[in-house]
Ligand binder design. Sequence first.
Ligand SMILES: C[S@@+](CC[C@H](N)C(=O)[O-])C[C@H]1O[C@@H](n2cnc3c(N)ncnc32)[C@H](O)[C@@H]1O
Length: 432
Amino acid sequence: MQQEQRAAALVVRRVMEGRTLPVALADVAQAGAPGNPAFVRELASGTLRHWGRLAALVQALARREPAPPLAALIAVALYQLDHTRAPPFAVVDRAVEAAATIAHAGVKSFVNALLRRYLREREALNAAVSAASPVARWSYPRWWIGRVQADHPACWESILSVGNERPPLTLRVNRRVVTRAALAAEFASRGIEVLPVGEAGLIVVDPQPVADLPGFADGAFYVQDAGAQLAASLLAATDGMRVLDACAAPGGKTTHLLELADVELVALDADAARLARVSDNLARLRLARRNVTLRIGDAGAPQAWWDARAFDRILADVPCTASGIVRRHPDGKWLRRKSDLATFAAQQQRILAALWTVLAPGGVLLYATCSVFAQENERVVNAFLEGHPGALRESINPGPLVAHDGGQLLPAGEGTSHNQDGFFYARLHKAA
Ligand SMILES: C[S@@+](CC[C@H](N)C(=O)[O-])C[C@H]1O[C@@H](n2cnc3c(N)ncnc32)[C@H](O)[C@@H]1O
């Protein structure tokens, strides 16, 4: 455990210095940090998820603020004490040893005293740091809390809370390969408990390595949140249609569209490396022989890649802050800046306006983000509608079980009937 605590602390530091979690994990692994990589990822993700509170606790517990790597190590241990089943005294003992390797042997008694005090005074300390600062209370940057409060006055607390949960492992069953009932039965026969979600989803109750699950190599499922699984049915493409998936990589929604209908599909993405993952996913899901073309290109500049044949359906799953999927990517909340919102919104407007020009009259464009911020959702769509009188926004009904507010699917957490990330969908119909 000691090696993983140390490695997780180094990863957390790197994220706080500006690297994404996957890059930080790879950096630390490459630097030769020993330990179980999955355990390191769990500790680092969990610590980042609760970083606002943990960092405030470290400050409250230490008379002198420790150097950043040591502070990160103490935060990792605090995370374990509060959110894992690891025996508290083992957590403390290992963290004390790890602290000596991160700083020097002289810090052992300091870390030991600090963590033991936490165990004695946990409730009072948590109450005090939470009362002192919303960042400690919610574990999000102050600007983020303010935006969620302003955009969702009736449910901002629930949105923030769900974003701090451990994410479920949700699968979308590939109905071209197997039925949901048959796959669930196969899992049950191996002792793997699953719960149905949405039309074609299964939540694996005890998350485990995906490649070890039955059916993975046969393309029986794709890992995809329940909220993301709604995109393909909201687009409602039918056999024979020409469809553009304009921001396609790594292909979650591309593959779903091909599972649901025999369409002629163009999968476009600006990032060649990410687009290669679409090919891999098409191959694994047994969809490579379908009528699908991959194109590298900027969705906002169709003149470079469009063959002048209009599309009946367009999915614009645009780049965004990813504020709705923060429970899966807890580094995001500490890496994003408030100013990113305006940058994304400008790019989203540009892509939406350009894609409209390649949509056939009578066609439908589905604008999608995995965000809960109105600036890149309602406001982008409203500005677009003002400038495009031929565009009609259709109401969407994603189903009675989905927490839904206009086009905003609200994040819903563990124990709800539709455990899903936060997504935004707007269905735009072009006058014939
Ligand atoms: C939200 S992700 C798409 C996820 C994908 N639809 C799925 O379900 O797997 C956004 C994608 O947009 C791509 N992207 C960013 N800017 C773009 C642009 N100007 N044109 C096309 N793709 C872009 C990114 O490379 C990224 O793969």
